[in-house]
Structure formats: C-alpha cells, structure tokens
Design a binder for this molecule. Structure first.
Ligand code: SF4
Length: 240
C-alpha cells in the first residue's frame, strides 16, 4: 500500500502534539513557591541584575552565550564604560567593537550586538521594543535572549529556557522522550511561570541550575525544590 504524503498541516499538528505536556498544577505551585523563597535568600548578585536598562541586559546576555559568568564579569563593565548607551554602540566602528571584545571569543556575537544596536537606533528611534516578537527581530537575538530582555528589563511574563533552566525543568517535571523535547521544555517554562513574577522566577531557575541542580553532582539532599522534583522522587523510590 502506498503511504500517504505528509502535508504542512500534518507537520504542524505533529509539532503541536510534540510540544504538549501534562502539567501537574500542585507540583507547579509547590515548585514556584519553593524556588522563589530560595531565590530571595540565595540569588546571585550580578552587575546586570542591578539594572533594568534593556541595552545593558542585552550586552550581558550576548556575552554570557558560551562564556562563563566569571569571565563576563571582567568584560561587561569595561564594554559598558566604552559604549554606555545603545546609541554609542550603534555608531562605533567594527574594529573598535572587535577590539573591546578581544579575548572573549565568538566575535560574531560582537558583530551581531553592534548590528542589533543599529537596528534599535534606526528602526525604534533608539528605544528598545518591549515585546518578545520585536526583540527577536534583532540580529543575534533568539527566543531565549528575547525572553531574558523582555522579563529582566520590562518585567514581561516571557519564559526563558537556557541550559540551566532546561536541566531544572527536565528533572523536576520530566518532559519525557527526546523527540520534541525542546518544544516541550518551552511549553513547561511557559506553564510554570508565575504571572507577574517573571523577573525573579527566570533568574531563580537559572541560579538553581547553576548553583544546586548542576549537570554533574546536583546537591539534591539540600535542594530547595526537592519535594516538588520528579527526579528526586524517583531516586528516593529506587533506594527504598
Ligand atoms: S532535587 Fe536534585 S534533581 Fe531535583 S531540582 Fe533539586 S538538585 Fe535538581
């Protein structure tokens, strides 16, 4: 029998099915409460968290792509001292920006950042757009970075999924099989975001992934969200 040809509508339906996750509301509420309480006491104090300037936040987010926090801590203040506003970066020359980035690696990020500044200057009159869709039009800005700027600078309820958040969500909620996992993680990030609290919540989940729920050797026995965590429950059941 000849197999039926797949249409774009079939593909869209398949993608929707893959991104569907069943969310346990009780688990979500427990996770939110415990995570936010922990963050209030143990959240990291980082220079880009002391500002709501979308430009400064974008600089930090682009620098943090594939680069460790301690290295960005060196470059971030220097870069902002040289280009304090989006207008300053928009008119900077390529060699000058590259020189400021020297040693941080992945120079394409610097080029994209400069192009993003030009985009904001030319198309938005120097003011950053506040919504995720418009932010995603900026060169070098993907879904995660747009969500980070929207939530950290503008307090929008925009979810984020970076490596740390993905690991925490996967362990706590167990999004299952590999296929379609990224889409399901984004659905989970959206479903677990407490309304009006994205600013703290997004930082909290990244900090938990960086400090407690690390890729190797997570410190589960002292984890603040262990009572809401499926991975912890499964490990405890195996030991019984
Ligand atoms: S209990 Fe363990 S696996 Fe679960 S979130 Fe905490 S550190 Fe991660």
């Amino acid at each position: 029998m000849q197999s039926k040809k797949r249409t774009p509508r079939d593909d869209a339906a398949r993608r929707r099915r893959r991104s569907t996750v069943r969310v346990d509301r009780v688990r979500v509420a427990s996770f939110q409460r415990r995570l936010l309480a922990w963050y209030a006491r143990h959240g990291r104090d980082l220079p880009w968290r002391r500002t709501r300037d979308p430009y400064a936040i974008l600089v930090s987010e682009i620098m943090l792509q594939q680069t460790q926090v301690r290295r960005v801590l060196e470059y971030y203040p220097r870069f902002l001292a040289r280009y304090p506003t989006v207008a300053d970066l928009a008119v900077a020359s390529t060699p000058a920006v590259r020189e400021s980035w020297d040693g941080l690696g992945y120079y394409r990020r610097a080029a994209n950042l400069r192009r993003a500044a030009q985009h904001v200057a030319e198309r938005h009159g120097g003011r950053f757009p506040a919504d995720v869709a418009a932010l995603r039009q900026l060169p070098g800005v993907g879904r995660y970075t747009a969500g980070a700027v929207a939530s950290f600078a503008f307090g929008q309820d925009a979810p984020i999924v970076d490596t740390n958040a993905a690991r925490v969500l996967a362990r706590v909620f167990g999004p299952g099989r590999r296929r379609g996992r990224t889409a399901r993680l984004w659905t989970l990030a959206e479903a677990t975001l407490p309304a009006g609290r994205a600013y703290e919540f997004n930082q909290a989940i990244m900090d938990l992934g960086a400090l407690v729920c690390r890729a190797r050797k997570p410190t589960c026995p002292v984890c603040p969200v262990r009572r809401a965590c499926r991975a912890f429950e499964r490990a405890a059941a195996r030991q019984r």
